[in-house]
Design a protein around this ligand. Structure first.
Ligand code: ADP
Ligand code: MG
Ligand code: MG
Length: 927
């Protein structure tokens, strides 16, 4: 690499579009500077410098980096009229990290760099404000000590609290210049003791150490964990940039402030400036929850001119970025500076509302409105709320920091949360005074987060919103005692393991569990999804087994049922005995008798589904699972028989005893009870029960399979026990006849599972044809239906041509097809080796979650191509879990499928994903 390589870019020069090179923060600082916003001067050191540094084992910055940094610093000195290390007019800078992907709180920023004993005195002389000088200094020493030198926060906190206590100060602002001087001196000592070296005083040495520390943080545990969790791969973000930015001070008195703003409300989407600020504070104070900040509405009263300028800033940001912005600002003695902007993270409600409103305002097009929302985010809108009819008294109220309600056991630290939540599968609420980036694993394991300090932009709030988990922040009425694993609310105590409920939509906290209810569709969501339907080519159907499921699916906008599983209907507690009768039947006659009982029940199931869904199609899959799934477990049966035998022994004993005692003199009550007991323990009855269980046990053993999922199931079962499929087919056709005859536009579709050869399909089709004749004759009415097949076996894909001769539609069952294509059994794969495969990149994703486009997808493409060769209008869809997964939906669109079918609540997700797939396809064609 030559010395010509450019590592450092002034905010005036950097390419605001190149986030990979400059990081998101750096690119936006450049862009904002270039569109004329008031950004303090600075420059960006590229992510390439970071990667080159991390690759080099000598731990030196790449050649040329420090030279370019010095040149840029000189330029900063000229722009600001100050000098780096100059005691007369000291230039102070912040050193900030920022990679291509926003990783909130994952890497730390050092403020006020350039301070030492000399420049500190210069700063105090220049501002005439000793308190300010020492405040800036103690912050710098702590941040530099922590971030660059690895000194633990607690060491600083301890000294800080001691001085605060001695000064009887409640808040940081109550500390005097002398207190802060004392603190900074203690901090210097803390660092010196920890590192064994004096605190570096040369500004350029400070700068170089700081740059390296930021670079190193890219490969630190916190950042690596975050990237793993959110699947941030090197092509999305590789390395962090370093932003060196002239300091501006929000802690210069009561005409100074610092804050964060959203151009629109990130919780509701309301088109109104939203945010928080703190007067006389610096940098992270707002986010860290040191003091509870004020809402920006207050600023209109406290600093009306600044509020006006902030509104202008908001307009400029939105007009330029055409997206809701989340920005940081600082006011230094009546001057407003913008220190950062990025696209605002919003909950789903806000995303949807802003999409619809920004389109209506003419800021974005419909396509953009659809494309800016991650489809999976819509699931959040289907979050549970607390049951409003349930009367409960909130014990505390904090800020509604991330919507949704959750109950769980209180846990007071992240490790415990991980242990109880992830490892023991308990529902937990993470309760903290405030959270820090190192608590992240606790967030993953928790249902919700509750903090007693901090605002709506505190770490807890930002991270919870990003994850779509409910969060109540700054519930000041709660005092948390981590070491004793308990908390007090007023004079009530709750301990680790006690159930609590939080409502992140209104900030309320309750003791005990409170029931939740399903949320409603908003008006804006309907509008957005109607736009989606206009753009999408793929139709979205739902997997639904019951009329209730079907109604939900309709509400979510499904245009049919792509998969109704009949086994769910078999598993109903009332029906199971009849189903078992059918299975254990020794003769065709007894089997038929049981089936005759099931027929009207199934007919009614189907009739209701048709009725709810008309005029949309309802695709019913004939019975699929291995039949022994309906029978009791073998070992349990053995145990029960053994128990009954024991009982038979004691029954005989008891009867003898009763006879011997005569029980003549026992009180009336006792005698009656004893008689009743004796009757239930009649030895004959017990023997009878044993005989029945033994018969069942024999049947279970006969039906036993080594490999049930590859065994006697699906169409194989339908061929060996034709009566079962015939009953189901008859039920479907009769239900259809009833509906159609009544004038209803019912569209039944019969689909056959596990087919691997056209011969199987032919066989089932023969039943269908015969029954179709019969039913039409019975009802005196022509019955419409469609007949098709599941494609979930590798051979079925290979034989698509001949299957298409018999089938009017194909429905890919990608769960089974994935198992078959990989020869993985899902449970074993996910429990044993898939995690390792994913970690070591042998497989990128879990193919049961993300459709394996390269393998399974290839099989699907072949089946579609070959099937349509025979039948050009062959209707093709997917009904595996993948049908609700956006990336898989995009593949289905490309592969020319006609529809996807997924679970009801994922239907909105799929509708949006289908629209995005179509838009992206169109975009590709335009190129
Ligand atoms: P993060 O990515 O954690 O937000 P930042 O680099 O944005 O880190 O900085 C942390 C805090 O310090 C923010 O509140 C930011 O506004 C503030 N800050 C950063 N640089 C400066 C500066 N030059 N002058 C004043 N405040 C700054
Ligand atoms: Mg931060
Ligand atoms: Mg920031």
């Amino acid at each position: 690499m030559s010395t010509q390589q450019k590592w450092a870019f002034a905010f005036e020069d950097g390419d605001g579009k190149n986030k990979k090179l400059l990081g998101g923060k750096g690119a936006n600082l450049c862009e904002m500077t270039q569109i004329g916003l008031n950004v303090p001067p600075g420059f960006v050191i590229s992510t390439e410098a970071c990667l080159a540094y991390l690759e080099d084992t000598s731990h030196a910055l790449p050649t040329g980096v420090m030279d370019q940094v010095r040149a840029e610093m000189t330029a900063l000195e000229q722009k600001t009229g100050k000098g780096f290390g100059n005691p007369e007019k000291p230039l102070l800078v912040s050193v900030r990290s920022g990679s291509a992907m926003s990783m909130p709180g994952m890497m730390d920023t050092i403020l006020n760099l350039g301070l030492n004993q000399d420049t500190l005195q210069g700063e105090i002389r220049a501002t005439g404000d000793a308190r300010f000088g020492y405040d800036a200094y103690r912050r710098f020493v702590q941040l530099f000590g922590k971030v660059a030198l690895g000194v633990p926060d607690e060491k600083f906190d301890h000294e800080f609290d001691e001085v605060k206590r001695a000064a009887h100060a409640k808040q940081d602002v109550d500390l005097s210049a002398a207190d802060l001087k004392d603190i900074s001196e203690r901090f210097l000592k803390v660092v010196e003791e920890f590192t064994g070296r004096p605190f570096p005083s040369d500004p350029y040495e400070q700068l170089e150490i700081a740059i390296k520390a930021v670079f190193n943080s890219w490969s630190g545990k916190r950042a690596v964990d975050y990237r793993t969790q959110f699947k941030i791969t090197p092509d999305m973000a590789n390395g962090t940039a370093v932003n060196v930015c002239t300091m501006v001070f929000g802690n210069r008195g009561d005409d100074s402030a610092t804050g964060v703003g959203f151009t629109r409300n990130p919780g509701t989407g309301e088109n109104k400036l939203y945010g928080e600020y703190l007067v006389n504070a610096q940098g992270e104070d707002v986010v860290a929850g040191i003091r509870t900040p004020k809402p920006l509405d207050r600023l209109r009263v406290e600093m009306p001119q600044m509020a006006k300028e902030l509104d202008e800033l908001r307009d400029k940001l939105e007009t330029h970025y055409k997206e809701v912005q989340d920005f940081e600002f600082t006011i230094e003695r009546g001057q407003l500076y913008c220190l950062q902007t990025r696209n605002g993270k919003m909950n789903a409600t806000a995303l949807v509302r802003t999409s619809v409103e920004m389109e209506q305002e003419g800021l974005i097009t419909k396509d953009q409105a659809l494309l800016r929302i991650d489809p999976t985010a819509l699931e959040q809108m289907l979050f549970p709320r607390l049951d409003p009819s349930f009367k409960a008294e909130a014990v505390a109220t904090g800020l509604p920091a991330s919507p949704g309600a959750a109950s769980g056991i209180a846990v007071f630290d992240a490790d415990r949360a991980e242990q109880m939540g992830r490892d023991l599968g308990q529902k937990v609420i993470l309760v903290r005074e405030e959270t820090k980036p190192e608590d992240i694993h606790g967030f993953f394991a928790a249902q919700g987060i509750l903090t007693s300090r901090g605002g709506k932009t505190s770490h807890a709030a930002v991270v919870a919103r990003g994850m779509g988990k409910p969060c109540v922040a700054g519930a000041e009425g709660i005092s948390v005692d981590v070491s004793r694993r308990e908390a007090m609310v007023g004079d009530t105590q709750f301990k680790e393991g006690d159930t609590i409920t939080i409502d992140g939509s209104n900030g309320r906290v309750y003791l005990g569990a409170i029931p939740t209810v399903e949320p409603e569709f908003t008006e804006e969501l309907s509008v957005l999804l109607s736009w989606a339907d206009e753009k999408a080519r793929l139709k979205v159907m739902a997997n639904a087994d019951t009329p209730d499921d079907a109604r939900t699916a309709l509400k979510y906008g499904a245009v049919g049922i792509g998969l109704a599983r009949t086994e769910r209907m078999f598993n109903d507690v009332d029906r199971l005995p009849t189903v078992i009768e059918m299975i254990v039947a020794e003769t065709p006659e007894t089997r038929q008798a049981a089936l005759d009982k099931l027929l009207p029940l199934q007919r009614e199931d189907f009739r209701q589904l048709f009725e709810v869904m008309a005029p949309h199609p309802v695709t019913i899959r004939l019975l699929d699972p291995p039949i022994h799934e309906f029978l009791p477990d073998e070992h349990q049966l053995e145990q029960e028989i053994a128990d009954l035998r024991g009982l038979a022994q004691s029954t005989r004993g008891m009867t003898a005893l009763a006879g011997a005692m005569g029980l003549l003199h026992a009180p009336e009550e006792t005698r009656r009870e004893f008689d009743a007991l004796r009757r239930t323990l009649d030895p004959m009855l017990v023997e009878d029960a044993i005989a029945k269980k033994e018969a069942m046990l024999r049947k279970v053993r006969v039906l036993y399979e080594t490999n049930p999922m590859l065994g006697h199931r699906g169409v194989r079962l339908g061929i060996t026990f034709p009566e079962i499929y015939q009953m189901q087919i008859r039920a479907i056709l009769e239900a259809a006849a009833e509906c159609q005859k009544a004038g209803m536009d019912a569209h039944p579709q019969i689909k056959v599972p596990q087919v691997c050869t056209a011969q199987e399909l032919l066989k089932v089709k023969a039943y269908v044809d015969e029954l179709h004749q019969l039913v039409q004759a019975d009802y005196g009415f022509p019955v419409k239906f469609k007949f098709g097949t599941m494609i979930e076996v590798v051979r079925a894909c290979m034989r698509a041509e001949s299957l298409a001769e018999e089938a009017e539609f194909f429905s890919f069952g990608t769960n089974d097809l994935t198992q078959a294509a990989f020869s993985f059994s899902r449970e074993d794969a996910e429990n044993k080796f898939l995690p390792l495969y994913n970690q070591s990149n042998i497989l990128h994703d879990n193919p049961f979650e993300v459709l394996d486009v390269k393998g399974v997808g290839k099989l699907m493409e072949l089946a579609v191509e070959w099937g349509r060769k025979v039948k050009p209008d062959l209707h093709v869809g997917i009904c595996g879990e993948h049908g609700g997964h956006p990336a898989s939906i995009a593949f289905c669109d490309q592969a020319g499928l006609d529809y996807v079918s997924c679970s009801g609540p994922r239907v909105p997700v799929a509708r949006l994903a289908a629209a995005q797939a179509a838009l992206q396809q169109a975009g590709r064609k335009d190129l």
